[in-house]
Write a protein that binds this ligand. Structure first.
Ligand code: WQD
Length: 327
């Protein structure tokens, strides 16, 4: 019996692969290596495959049968909001098309459990302090829409055949569980600040006139290792039987502002960090913080790692990588 982790060489996927390996699971990784590196998957077999290609479904079905796969964890997707606005059809092809191929392979091979990487982007700009799973979903960009469509595909397939799934809606994932598994992309606040510091430039704050206490946007930062543990909890639950719900937020229930995150980076690194304020970035909700209650109640999962530890582990992995900050 083995677990197939699609997108398992990526930032979050590689953390899940490592936790599964440590738990003694047989793991097979599928990844196109477009934004990831093979070295991150350790000793597990790696199938290099883009799941959105026409031949992917047959190839996945074959791997699932040969390796006696009982569950799929599906990370592989494009995830840049701005890029999704510029290239919507490519996002639908990659994220929705890829999901269709994975599900078709699972149905053909008789694999009945899936954990899907969804996103807080499905909520759009919610006007609540704590986002509960059942509030209206109003994604405001193609990226968020492809994630919501992925959830709908799972719901429809679960009605039509023997499929059980858990969709995890990630809030702002950051930090690293191991120094060699840091976020290799520079697309989110903490790596973007570290990159500016590495270049000797001031970090940027995109707007300080939001209706929040310090005027900067508030997000729910969740440690990537905690998030990886949420996948392990979901896998255990799916193997034990039907879960009470199929969709769960993964966050902490505590928000931090952009100004607070940047100040924490200054404290942790000991560097002089004086940000510059720039214009608002289009489409940023002022506040996006998860209610973490449902996953705690149903699956016993809680994310407990605080912002300081998130920043400290992100910094440690950053300094172990190629773009270290010279002091
Ligand atoms: C956080 C806050 C920025 C950089 C995005 C996607 C979401 C999910 C996670 C993926 C915002 C501000 C940032 C900087 C800044 N995607 N900021 N200066 O936008 O909350 O979420 O990533 O799978 O779908 O939308 O994350 O890290 O980009 O930004 O002021 O240099 O930091 O404006 O308020 P975001 P982020």
């Amino acid at each position: 019996m083995s677990v197939m982790v699609i997108g398992g060489a990526g930032y979050i996927g590689a953390h899940v692969v490592r936790l599964l390996q440590q738990a003694g699971e047989e793991v097979v990784v599928v990844d196109d290596l477009s934004t990831s590196v093979a070295g991150r998957v350790g000793d597990s077999p790696l199938v290099v495959l883009d799941v959105a290609t026409p031949e992917a479904s047959r190839a996945l079905e074959r791997e699932m049968r040969e390796r006696d796969v009982d569950a799929v964890i599906h990370f592989a997707a494009r995830k840049q909001v701005g890029e999704s606005v510029a290239r919507p059809l490519w996002y639908y092809e990659q994220n929705v098309g890829g999901m269709g191929n994975v599900l078709a392979a699972m149905q053909a091979a008789g694999v009945s459990r899936m954990i899907f990487s969804s996103s807080a982007a499905v909520y759009g700009i919610p006007d609540v302090d704590l986002v509960e799973e059942d509030i209206p979903k109003n994604p405001i960009n193609p990226y968020g829409r492809t994630k919501l469509i992925g959830e709908w595909m799972l719901e429809d397939c679960a009605r039509a055949w023997d499929l059980r799934f858990v969709a995890l809606r990630y809030f702002n994932v950051a930090g690293s569980g191991w120094d060699d598994l840091g976020d290799p992309a520079v697309m989110n606040l903490i790596p973007m600040v570290l990159e500016r510091l590495a270049r000797g430039e001031a970090p940027r704050v995109f707007g300080d006139d939001y209706p929040t206490p310090d005027g900067t946007c508030i997000r729910d930062y969740v440690h990537v290792r905690d998030l990886a543990e949420a996948h392990v909890a979901a896998l255990e639950a799916l193997r034990a039987g039907p879960t009470p719900h199929a969709v769960y937020n993964v966050g902490t229930g505590t928000g931090a502002s952009v100004a607070e995150v940047i100040a924490t980076i200054g404290e942790v690194t000991g560097l002089e960090v004086t940000p510059v304020v720039e214009a608002r970035r289009p489409g940023d909700p002022p506040r996006l913080v998860a209610s973490p209650a449902r996953i705690a109640d149903d699956l016993g999962f809680r994310s407990t790692t605080g912002l300081r530890e998130i920043v400290a582990t992100a910094w440690s992995a950053w300094q172990a990588g190629p773009r270290r900050v010279e002091r």
